[in-house]
Design a protein around this ligand. Structure first.
Ligand SMILES: Cc1cc2nc3c(=O)[nH]c(=O)nc-3n(C[C@H](O)[C@H](O)[C@H](O)COP(=O)(O)OP(=O)(O)OC[C@H]3O[C@@H](n4cnc5c(N)ncnc54)[C@H](O)[C@@H]3O)c2cc1C
Length: 355
C-alpha cells in the first residue's frame, strides 16, 4: 500500500482548507498528501458566514458582504454598522470547486474513500472526523436554512438580520437569521440552541414557512437551496498525540457560544502550515483559554435560563460594533471583554460561575 507524508481525514471545510494552504505555500512540492473523504460528490451543502476580521483565501467564493446588521427581540430592534469588519457568506460549492481544481494539478495529492486503502503508519495525520458518536443530550446549535427567491425585489440587501427572537421559543432558545443575497434572494434560517433529543423542535419546514409568511410578509417565493445542520456546543474528548492533530469542529475550532467555525479553521490551517516542519512538537492550537471559560459560563446560563436569552443576547450587542464583532470572533482585548461582560446580568452569571 502507498505511504504518504501527510494524511487528512475528512475532506470538508477544515481538511480542504488545510490542503489548500499547504498547496499554495509550496509545501506539497516534495511531500505527499492523501485526503480521505467518503462523500459521493462535492456540491453546495452549506453557507459559511462570519465577520472578516482577517484576510482569508476565499474572497472569490463570497456570495455577498454586508456592513450593517440588526438584532431583534419581540419588543426591540437594534441596528449596528461596521465598515472595518464586513460580514461575509461563502458558497461551499464554489469553495469545493476552487480547492479541488487547485489540488488536481498536483500529482502528490490523492483522494481515497477509506483510511485502510493506504499505509498511514508513519504519516502525520490531520483528522476532522469525530472519533465517536456525540452526546445528543448535550447542547447543540441545530438549524435549517432555505435560500428563497421572490418574483419582486423586496429585500433590503444592505442589511442582515443576525438574530430575530420574535418567534415561538417553546422553552428553548430560538431565533431566525436572514441574509439577503440580493433584492429578491435571501437565506433564511431557523436556529435552536437546545439538546438534540427533543424532536418537537425540529419541524423546521413549518417554522420557516410561518416566519416567512407572518413575520416577513412574503407569500410568493420559490426555494433554491436547503441546508440543515447541528453543531455541537461542547468539546468532545479527543485523542491527540504527536502524529495525530485534530482539525475543524473535531479539533475544537467551533466557538461554543456562537457556532462560528469557518474563520477559526482558516487560522488553524495557517498555523499548521507555518509550523509544518515541526508540527508534531508544537503547542496545540486553541481559540484562547479566556473564550473557553467565558463561553462555558455563558452556556451554563443559557441552559438554566433559556427564557432570559433573547434579552441577554440583545444587550450584548449594545456596545460598539467593533467590540462585539471582535469578541464573537475571538479577537477582543481585555477592555472589550469587560465591556461585553458589563452588559450581562450580574447575579445570574455570578451564580453560574459556581455551578
Ligand atoms: C449547514 C451548516 C452551516 C454552517 N454554517 C456556518 C457558518 O455560517 N459559519 C461558521 O463559521 N460555521 C458554520 N458551520 C459550522 C462549521 O463551519 C462547519 O460545520 C464546517 O463545515 C466544519 O468543518 P469541518 O471540516 O470540521 O467539518 P466538515 O466540513 O463536515 O468536514 C468533515 C468531512 O469529513 C467527511 N467524513 C465524515 N466521516 C468520514 C469518514 N468516516 N471517512 C471519511 N470522511 C468522512 C465528511 O463527508 C466531510 O466532508 C455550519 C455547519 C453546518 C452543518
Amino acid at each position: 500500500m502507498r505511504e504518504f507524508d501527510y494524511v487528512i481525514i475528512g475532506g470538508g471545510c477544515a481538511g480542504l482548507s488545510l490542503a489548500y494552504e499547504l498547496e499554495i505555500n509550496d509545501r506539497l512540492k516534495d511531500k505527499t498528501l492523501a485526503i480521505i473523504e467518503n462523500r459521493k460528490e462535492y456540491k453546495r451543502d452549506k453557507t459559511w458566514s462570519f465577520w472578516k476580521v482577517f484576510d482569508h483565501n476565499f474572497d472569490d467564493c463570497v456570495i455577498k458582504s454586508w456592513n450593517n446588521f440588526t438584532i431583534n427581540t419581540s419588543e426591540n430592534s437594534h441596528e449596528l454598522t461596521n465598515q472595518k469588519f464586513p460580514y461575509q457568506s461563502i458558497d461551499s460549492g464554489k469553495f469545493y470547486n476552487k480547492i479541488s481544481s487547485k489540488l488536481s494539478s498536483n500529482s502528490n495529492v490523492s483522494f481515497y474513500k477509506n483510511l485502510n486503502e493506504i499505509n498511514s503508519k508513519s504519516s502525520i495525520i490531520f483528522n476532522s472526523v469525530f472519533q465517536k458518536q456525540l452526546d445528543k443530550s448535550d447542547l447543540w446549535q441545530h438549524f435549517q436554512g432555505i435560500e428563497i427567491e421572490t418574483p419582486k425585489k423586496i429585500f433590503d440587501d444592505e442589511i442582515i438580520n443576525l438574530m430575530d427572537f420574535n418567534c415561538d421559543q417553546r422553552n428553548g432558545v430560538h431565533f431566525f437569521y436572514t441574509l439577503p443575497f440580493s433584492r429578491n434572494k435571501a437565506l433564511i434560517e431557523t436556529t435552536w440552541l437546545s439538546n438534540l433529543e427533543d424532536h418537537s423542535l425540529r419541524d423546521y419546514d413549518l417554522q420557516l414557512e410561518n416566519y416567512i409568511k407572518n413575520n416577513l410578509g412574503i407569500k410568493n417565493y420559490k426555494i433554491n437551496f436547503t441546508e440543515k445542520g447541528a453543531i455541537p456546543l461542547f468539546y468532545p474528548s479527543f485523542r491527540n498525540d504527536n502524529k495525530l492533530i485534530n482539525i475543524g469542529s473535531a479539533g475544537g475550532m467551533t466557538r461554543l457560544s456562537t457556532g462560528y467555525t469557518f474563520l477559526n479553521i482558516q487560522e488553524h490551517s495557517k498555523y499548521i502550515v507555518k509550523n509544518i516542519e515541526k508540527i508534531d512538537k508544537m503547542k496545540k492550537f486553541n481559540l484562547g483559554k479566556k473564550y473557553h471559560f467565558l463561553d462555558k459560563v455563558f452556556l451554563r446560563v443559557l441552559e438554566k435560563h433559556p427564557e432570559k436569552m433573547p434579552k441577554i443576547f440583545f444587550n450584548m450587542f449594545k456596545t460598539s460594533s467593533s467590540t462585539i464583532i471582535k469578541f464573537l470572533s475571538n479577537k477582543s482585548n481585555l477592555i472589550e471583554d469587560i465591556n461585553i461582560i458589563s452588559k450581562m446580568p450580574k447575579l445570574i452569571f455570578f451564580k453560574a460561575l459556581f455551578n
